[in-house]
Design a protein around this ligand. Structure first.
Ligand code: HEC
Length: 175
């Protein structure tokens, strides 16, 4: 009886382990397929640039001469800096642009993207501590990262006909 029991127990374990291995193997496989490789932004990197990166960065370096006054001004800067920090992280994923895969698989590209996030994190800290000198230094650091990456990667002509500013839409509020 005892013996029989221990055999079934052993058998059960063996089955569990086997099932576990199969699951791990499947999981490993599908993990590779649907892992980082398969993550893709629904828009092009060019659109990320224009809509998120450029949009959030502008007011940060303008803060140096615009001098945020109110608590609300500083909180707005903090949110923008966080958006820029996230934007830097998003740049490690390809989107729908024709050169996105090429760019995001380059180590140099990843370095630039990480530097952008790091510089933006500095601006987040500056905004949180309401430090005007620090936010203007962060603004300078951010612009430097933009320029470095553009020198390395930006084609002479925009790949998707997007220039610095997006054209206003009829639906835009009138201001
Ligand atoms: C990791 C590299 C990288 C970083 C960092 C980067 N850019 Fe870009 N940016 C590009 C590339 C590449 C393009 C061209 C995209 C295209 O044409 O498809 C571009 C395009 C743009 C565009 C679109 C319009 C144009 O002039 O072609 C703007 C605006 C822009 N970047 C602003 C910025 C700003 C502002 C920063 C910093 C806050 C920044 N970028 C940081 C790589 C980068």
């Amino acid at each position: 009886m005892n013996k029989f029991r221990s055999i079934t127990v052993t058998l059960r374990w063996a089955l569990l382990v086997a099932a576990g291995l199969v699951l791990t193997a499947c999981g490993g496989d599908s993990g590779d397929d649907s892992g980082p490789e398969a993550l893709r932004l629904p828009v092009s990197i060019n659109e990320v640039m224009a809509s998120l990166i450029n949009h959030s960065a502008d007011p940060i370096w303008m803060a140096a001469w615009r001098n945020p006054q109110s608590d609300q001004d500083w909180r707005e800067l903090e949110h923008l800096a966080l958006q820029l920090q996230l934007g830097g992280a998003l740049l490690s994923l390809p989107g729908t642009g024709p050169l996105d895969d090429e760019w995001t698989s380059s180590e140099r590209w990843k370095d630039h993207a990480n530097q952008l996030s790091a510089a933006a994190a500095g601006a987040v800290a500056a905004a949180r501590s309401r430090d005007l000198q620090l936010i203007s230094r962060s603004g300078d650091a951010i612009v430097e990262v933009c320029e470095d990456c553009h020198i390395d990667f930006k084609p002479d002509l925009p790949t998707m006909n997007i220039y610095g500013e997006l054209s206003p839409l009829p639906s835009d509020p009138d201001r």
